[in-house]
Design a protein. Sequence first.
Length: 228
Amino acid sequence: MSLPEKNTVYGTEDLLISLCNSVTRVLNVATHSQIHYSGMVQRISKTCLKPDIGCFVLFDGGFSGLVIINFSAQAAMELYANYLLNMGMSKDDLVSSYTSDEVSNVMGELMNQVVGDFTGKVRRELQTHITQNQPKMLVLNKQVMLSVDANLDKPEARRVTFYTSNNNIFYLELAIDRTEFIKLYDFEAQEVPDADALMAESQGAPAVPAPAPAGQDDTDALLKSLGM
């Protein structure tokens, strides 16, 4: 009887790297610019929404978690402008303030694409399924703490720093249940969709209303539902 080979194990850091690669993959294509992330990751005790624009998505299924991206005003405006200019909009039609609903809508749309790319990779490479809710965006002028203890049994949280092509900074935070995926046998991962083709298809498709930024009443209800 031959001894089995050591099983391949995928943990929190592997999921984090996959998510970070989804961020760079989607944003590089959407904005035609170079986004990169730090080679260092922070282990943090809490995830939180921070100024100037905080976006978050909850996901559930094979494992549960929360993704937050906190954009500085400069990073948000750079990504917003590059995305819409890449879509063919005139520079004169762009808004000038990061507090505009249009900027929040674009950040939410980009985050939706990022998490969608990540959930697709989870399905192809880890052979499990997770679903996401619609991204929520908050324009903030003070720090808001978002606890994940109520929803996760053994939460692990990480933070990664990202840089735009103009060296503006934004932060990604991931909180998930402590989990490991152990490869039992070899299998062929499904083919990765072409990002440029998907972007071209989305540009040619009928416009879909972007997720609306939360108003004050919606924000209060949302934060209350999250135990904040």
